[in-house]
Design a binder for this molecule. Structure first.
Ligand code: ADP
Length: 562
C-alpha cells in the first residue's frame, strides 16, 4: 500500500537530513512554499471567477514562486529555497498592500514573513532575518505612507473588500499556525532527543562505572596530555595499596612508584612511541606499593589525537601480573637448570661410556695376553691386574649409583650423631691398602648431633676420606687425616683435614666439576667431588676448599642444624 507522509510529499522519500533542526526547517520551507502557491491559486481562481480584477499575473507569479521554492527545496538547495520563498512572498505582499490600501489586510502577511524568516534562519543568523524584518518594514512604510503603486487596480466593492479581508486574515492565521506548529514540534523533538541522549549517557556512565568496579584492572585517564593531571579508578589506588587522598593521580606519582627509577626513561619512550607510531601501547613494569611490596603490572592504553595529529588524551589500564611474572621466573629458572642438566647429561654419557670402556679394554688386553702364556707366575700376575680393573669398575658403578640416587631419592632428615658417623667412616677407611701408617684423628664432640640426611652425609664423608687417603703423600712420615666438627649458632662445620699432596692452585676452581681430575696421578673417575657438592647442596649445606700444594687439603662442610 502506498503511504505518503508530509515529509515524503515535501522533501521526497530518499532524503535524509541528520540534524533535527535542519530537517524541520526544510520541511517548513517546503510546506510554506506549498501554502504560498495554494494561497495564490485560491486567490487567482477567486479573482477569475468572482472578483474579476486585473491581478491574475501576480497570482501566477505567486504560484510559480511557491513551486520554484518547493522544487529547490526538494533538490536540497535549502538556502535558495528559503530566500525564494521569502522574497516572492514579500514582493507579492508589497504589490497587493500598495495597491489595495490597508482595509484589505494584506499587510498581515508581513507578520507571517517575519516569523517565517526568524524560524527558518534561526537565532544565530540574526543578520539575515533582521534584514528581512527591515525589508518588510520598508514595504509596509512605502505602501502605507506614500502613494507609490506597482499596479493600479480598480477599487473593489465593499462586499468584495470584506471577503478579501477575511481571506487574508484566514491565510495569515493558517500561515502563522503552521510556522508556530513547526517551531513547537522542533522544540519538542529536540527536547525528546536530549532526554533520550541524557538517558543514554546515564546508562553509558553506569555501564562504565560497573565495568570499572567489576574488573581487576585499574583504569587511568590522562584527560589532557599537556597537563600533568589524571583520573585513576578506585581499583588502581587499591592495587597500589593507597587511598585516593594519599597520593595525587599524575605522572610524577607514577614515576615515584616505579620500582626501578631507571625504568622511567623507558616508560616515557614507550608513551612517545605510541603517540608517534600509533602502535598498541602494551608495557610491563614493576611498581612499589605502599606496604613496600613490589608488584608487576601490565599496562595498556589508547591515545586520542587531534586533527593536527597531536596526542590530546590517553586512557588505559593496569593489571596485576605479579603471579604470572613469578611463574615466568620459575619457568626460566627451571629452563636454565634443565639446560645445565642436559649439558651435564651429555658429558656424563660421554665420560661414563669412556670410563666403562677403559677398564674393560684393559681387561680384554690382559685376557688376550693370558691366552698366549702358560707361565703360572705370569698368569697370577695378570689375574691380579684384572682384579684391580674389576674393582675399579665396581667403584665407578657405585659412584654412578650414588649420583643417580642423589637426584632421584627424597631427602629424609633425622638426628645424626656426628661422632658415630665419623667413627664409622674411619673404620671403613682404615683397612684400605693405602691407609697404612695414616693417623686417623677424630676431633668431634661425642654429643654433637644434627638433623640431616644420614645416607647422603655418610656418602659425602666416605668420599672425602677416600680422597684424602688416595691423594696422600704415601712415602712421607707423619701422615694424618683428621675429622673436626665446629659447633656454630645455626650450623655445624665439619672439616676433613689431611697433610697430603694438596691441590694445584689452577685446579682448585674446577675441582667440583663433573669428571674433573686435578692431576695425572688421579686415580678415580673425577665424579666423586661433583657428587659430594651436589649432595651437600641438596641437604641445604655448602662446601669450601682450602688447599696448599705439597702441604695438605681441608674440605669444610657447612650444614644447617635443622
Ligand atoms: P677422582 O675420582 O679423580 O678422585 P674427585 O672428584 O673425587 O675425582 O676428585 C677430583 C680431583 O681432585 C682428583 O682427581 C684429585 O686430583 C683431586 N683431589 C681430591 N681430593 C684431594 C685431596 N684430599 N688431596 C689432593 N687432591 C685431591
Amino acid at each position: 500500500m502506498l503511504r505518503l507522509s508530509i515529509k515524503d510529499i515535501v522533501l521526497g522519500k530518499n532524503i535524509h537530513i541528520p540534524s533535527e533542526s535542519d530537517y524541520r526547517k526544510s520541511l517548513l520551507v517546503g510546506v510554506c512554499c506549498i501554502i504560498l502557491a495554494f494561497i495564490c491559486l485560491v486567490n487567482g481562481v477567486l479573482n477569475v471567477l468572482v472578483w474579476d480584477l486585473n491581478l491574475t499575473p501576480y497570482f501566477m507569479i505567486g504560484i510559480s514562486g511557491g513551486t520554484l521554492g518547493y522544487m529547490l527545496n526538494r533538490f536540497q538547495k535549502f538556502e535558495l529555497a528559503k530566500h525564494t520563498l521569502l522574497l516572492i512572498s514579500l514582493f507579492l505582499i508589497f504589490i497587493f498592500m500598495s495597491n489595495e490600501g490597508k482595509y484589505y489586510g494584506s499587510q498581515l502577511y508581513l507578520f507571517t514573513v517575519l516569523v517565517a524568516s526568524i524560524s527558518l534562519f534561526g537565532y544565530r543568523r540574526i543578520g539575515i532575518w533582521l534584514s528581512y524584518a527591515i525589508l518588510a518594514f520598508i514595504c509596509f512604510s512605502v505602501s502605507e505612507l506614500t502613494n507609490f503603486k506597482v499596479i493600479s487596480v480598480d477599487a473593489a466593492s465593499e462586499s468584495k473588500e470584506d471577503k478579501i479581508y477575511f481571506i487574508n486574515y484566514l491565510f495569515t492565521f493558517v500561515g502563522l499556525t503552521v510556522i508556530i506548529y513547526f517551531q513547537v514540534k522542533l522544540q519538542y523533538k529536540s527536547e525528546e532527543k536530549l532526554i533520550k541522549k541524557d538517558q543514554q549517557l546515564k546508562e553509558s556512565e553506569e555501564r562504565f562505572r560497573m565495568a570499572v568496579e567489576g574488573t581487576n584492572a585499574g583504569i587511568w585517564d590522562w584527560e589532557n596530555i599537556n597537563k600533568d593531571q589524571q583520573w585513576w579508578s578506585p581499583k588502581l589506588y587499591e592495587l597500589l595499596g593507597y587511598k585516593p587522598e594519599e597520593i595525587e593521580a599524575n605522572r610524577v606519582t607514577f614515576k615515584n612508584l616505579l620500582a626501578q627509577k631507571e625504568d622511567y626513561p623507558k616508560l616515557v619512550n614507550d608513551f612517545k612511541k605510541h603517540f608517534r607510531d600509533k602502535e598498541p601501547f602494551s608495557v610491563e613494569y614493576k611498581f612499589k606499593c605502599k606496604d613496600g611490596s613490589y608488584k608487576w603490572f601490565h599496562g595498556s592504553g589508547q591515545a586520542k589525537w587531534s586533527e593536527n595529529k597531536m596526542p590530546v588524551r590517553m586512557v588505559g589500564s593496569l593489571v596485576d601480573i605479579t603471579e604470572k611474572k613469578i611463574k615466568e621466573e620459575e619457568i626460566q629458572e627451571k629452563n636454565s637448570l634443565l639446560e645445565k642438566t642436559n649439558a651435564e647429561l651429555d658429558r656424563f654419557v660421554y665420560s661414563v661410556s669412556h670410563d666403562l670402556r677403559a677398564p674393560l679394554n684393559s681387561i680384554q688386553g690382559l685376557i688376550n695376553i693370558s691366552d698366549t702364556t702358560e707361565d703360572s707366575q705370569e698368569l697370577k700376575q695378570l689375574m691380579s691386574m684384572m682384579k684391580n680393573r674389576v674393582k675399579k669398575l665396581y667403584s665407578f658403578i657405585d659412584e654412578i649409583i650414588n649420583f643417580a640416587r642423589n637426584s632421584r631419592t627424597e631427602i629424609i632428615k633425622e638426628p645424626v650423631n656426628l661422632f658415630a658417623i665419623t667413627s664409622d667412616a674411619f673404620d671403613n677407611a682404615q683397612f684400605r691398602e693405602q691407609a697404612v701408617a695414616i693417623d686417623f684423628r677424630i676431633l668431634v664432640d661425642k654429643e654433637l648431633s644434627i638433623n640431616t640426611d644420614k645416607g647422603r652425609i655418610s656418602i659425602v664423608l666416605n668420599n672425602l676420606i677416600d680422597n684424602a687417603i688416595k691423594y696422600h703423600r704415601h712415602s712421607q712420615p707423619g701422615k694424618f687425616i683428621a675429622l673436626k666438627a665446629i659447633n656454630d649458632t645455626n650450623a655445624v662445620i665439619i672439616q676433613i683435614i689431611d697433610n697430603g699432596q694438596g691441590i694445584p692452585l689452577q685446579a682448585q676452581d674446577k675441582i667440583f666439576d663433573m669428571f674433573y681430575r686435578a692431576s695425572d696421578t688421579s686415580k678415580g673417575s673425577g665424579l666423586g667431588l661433583y657428587i659430594v657438592k651436589e649432595m651437600i647442596e641438596r641437604i641445604g649445606g655448602e662446601i669450601f676448599l682450602q688447599s696448599e700444594p705439597g702441604e695438605g687439603t681441608t674440605f669444610s662442610i657447612k650444614l644447617p642444624k635443622v
